[in-house]
Design a protein around this ligand. Structure first.
Ligand SMILES: [Zn+2]
Length: 244
């Protein structure tokens, strides 16, 4: 195994543990993957049926484009996960890590006709930069992949209406930051909407300026230099054994 693959394995395992601590699990049905560095034919994913808190670097399997585990071979893999994740990887070379989860906040905002409003600074980074994909039933049909890819377009986040979120980062670190920002943006919006009061939104120009600022400050994947290392330090302090 290359040092690059070992590092991606550790980062992806850490992502599972972080999302578990954020309450973003859904029993065994939230799944997150990363490309194997230098190997475009395979991604890393845990066996089907594993809890977020059970994932560590060595338990991640290599999954081929057919959704089969090739290393170790023959292990039960999640076919729906494979269809979703490969849809993003096949569509975009810059996507290195894909996260899929069903948080109440992203399901709720995704079900709103208006979707995510530019109501908070965190939400404004996604202003006109978020995709929506209409629900077609449980993801078991590879024919859905071109439509998923078209709806993802050039965005980093795809809200799967009536289902959950698909977050596509250029690294595990960036995916972590996007998930955290998206989750907080959705929760803030729902909290404001639940008040029943009229919501004040900034003008279009300010939303666009903010989105452009976020884009300009991240020519490199976000979170790699500060946010994700800080999160890893927290896991270390807590004694979370994700590296083994
Ligand atoms: Zn799902």
């Amino acid at each position: 195994m290359t040092p690059a693959e070992q590092q991606v394995r550790e980062h992806l395992a850490a992502l599972y543990r972080l999302l578990d601590r954020m309450g973003l699990g859904h029993r065994i049905y939230s799944h997150h993957s990363a490309r194997v560095p230098g190997d475009p034919e395979h991604m890393l994913l845990p066996a089907f049926g594993v809890l977020l808190e059970e994932v560590s670097a060595s338990t991640l399997m290599k999954i081929n484009r057919a959704g089969e585990s090739v290393d170790p071979p023959g292990v039960d893999s999640n076919q729906a996960a494979s269809i979703l994740h490969w849809a993003a990887y096949n569509a975009r070379d810059d996507v290195m890590c894909v996260a899929h989860y069903h948080s109440a906040a992203t399901v709720a905002v995704g079900a709103l006709e208006a979707g995510l409003l530019p109501m908070s600074q965190g939400a404004m980074q996604f202003y006109n930069r978020i995709g929506y994909h209409d629900y077609e039933g449980p993801t078991f049909n590879p024919d859905e992949q071109p439509r998923l890819a078209a709806d993802l377009s050039t965005h980093r986040v795809l809200l799967l209406r009536n289902h959950g979120a698909l977050v596509c980062g250029r690294s595990v670190a960036e995916t972590y930051v996007l998930i955290d920002d998206l989750e907080k943006a959705c929760k803030s919006q729902l909290l404001a909407m639940s008040s029943g009061a009229e919501i004040r939104l900034p003008p279009h120009e300010v939303c666009e300026l903010t989105a452009q600022y976020f884009a300009a400050t991240m020519p490199q994947p976000r979170g790699e230099s500060r946010d994700f290392p800080a999160a890893l330090r927290q896991l270390e302090r807590l004694g979370v054994e994700y590296k083994h």
